[in-house]
Write a protein that binds this ligand. Structure first.
Ligand SMILES: C[C@H](N)C(=O)N[C@@H](CCC(=O)O)C(=O)O
Ligand SMILES: [Mg+2]
Length: 366
């Protein structure tokens, strides 16, 4: 099988309510769906990229330019082989969201060619697991966060990830207290600060989180992306488990985080790693250091989150997932791929991603 063309289009999907973090507010998911065509008319690989420029540096125009100027010349007329997965990583630095879309579409093709669902094609030291996604509570006034939290629990979500870090620590703790007091005791609460604090702010916040006795399961990314040493120190100094998110893009980051002792929990996302191929390498570093991983997502839809699910099923260290973004859209427009039953997530039948590619793909030619 060889690659004949790469096509893509932009697509906006409205959210039921705005998604708000310490870093940004999102009302519409802006996806770029990517299609790798082959010499077999009915075999197409599909991928997705999203422009989370405040985290990855990637814009819609940048993603499209990387496809036009770099990936099309590299891939068109090439035989489909696994080697292409390394080549797309090496040919350009950064651009992890464009790389992710191309990597996902290549894996979709490789698994279709092998006539396997993607997670079986990957078969990378998998653990046996049933996965449930957490649901994120956006940053709002305490009463709105409690209303949202109660609704998500009623819908079947037992783990809520609470966004913090936009206001002062006392306000965050009051919001968490209100949630803890209103929700059933067995609900797991974690927090995500999205890089909100400097060193002093983080030490102050984590001390108060430790003292608050709210049973917060973990806190994600208290400080900025490049604060590796500080993340290590904070991990070793406070009781609340720290999860690394924005500081973990690459195998370089992963090795550095192990060295500095930021070794509690990691959040792997395909839009940061540039797809599954690099995510598997990060997973192996986590496994050697006995670090458990969450697989998360940016504000993405069902295509790239389905790829993240297949990766999660194939990778042993992954014991939790944050795949809520597709649930936040007003209407599911993609058939096949990730199946949600309450919080439970599973893959649909079918080879590769199991996505109904035709319904997505017909927009390419219309
Ligand atoms: C969507 C998911 N629950 C989430 O919170 N992801 C990110 C932020 C995503 C974004 O801003 O697009 C995270 O920080 O974990
Ligand atoms: Mg995060």
């Amino acid at each position: 099988m060889f690659i004949t063309d790469i096509k893509y289009y932009r697509y906006g999907t409205s959210l039921k309510k705005p998604f708000k973090t310490a870093l940004r507010t999102v009302e519409v998911i802006e996806s770029i769906y990517v299609f790798i065509e082959t010499n077999y008319e009915d075999i197409v690989g599909v991928g997705e990229a999203v422009p989370t420029y405040v985290i990855t540096g990637d814009t819609k125009g940048g993603i499209e330019a990387a496809i036009e100027e770099v990936f099309k010349p590299l891939l068109i007329n090439r035989q489909l082989t696994k080697d292409l997965l390394d080549e797309i990583q090496q040919i350009i630095v950064g651009n992890t969201s464009a790389k992710a879309a191309i990597d996902i579409a290549l894996y979709d093709l490789l698994a279709q060619e092998a006539e396997l669902p993607l997670y079986k094609y990957l078969d990378h030291n998998p653990g046996n697991k049933d996965l449930e996604t957490c649901y994120t509570v956006s940053l709002n006034e305490a009463n709105e966060m409690v209303e949202d939290g109660l609704r998500y629990v009623e819908e079947g979500f037992n783990h809520l990830k609470i966004k913090v870090g936009k206001d002062n620590v006392e306000t965050d703790l009051n919001r968490l207290k209100a949630l803890r007091n209103s929700l059933p005791n067995n609900v797991i609460l974690s927090a995500d600060a999205n890089q909100a604090w400097d060193e002093q702010g983080a030490r102050y916040a984590l001390k108060h989180f430790d003292e608050a006795d709210l049973e917060i399961e973990s806190i994600e990314q208290p400080v900025g992306r490049y604060e590796y040493e500080l993340l290590g120190e904070l991990t070793q100094s406070f009781n609340i488990p720290l999860m690394v998110d924005e500081s973990l893009f690459s195998t370089y980051d992963a090795r550095r985080l192990v060295e500095v002792g930021a070794n509690n929990l990691w959040n792997i996302k395909l839009m940061k790693t540039g797809g599954i191929h690099e995510a598997l390498k990060i997973h192996d570093i986590a496994q050697s250091a006995d670090i458990h991983c969450m697989v998360g997502c940016m504000m993405e839809t069902h295509v790239s989150v389905t790829a993240a699910l297949h990766f999660s099923l194939a990778a042993k260290q992954v014991n939790r997932v944050d795949f809520d973004a597709p649930l936040m859209v007003v209407e599911r427009e993609i058939e096949g791929g990730i199946v949600y039953e309450g919080a439970k997530v599973s893959p649909s039948e079918g080879f590769g991603l199991g996505i109904d590619r035709k319904s997505l793909y017909k927009k390419v030619s219309s």
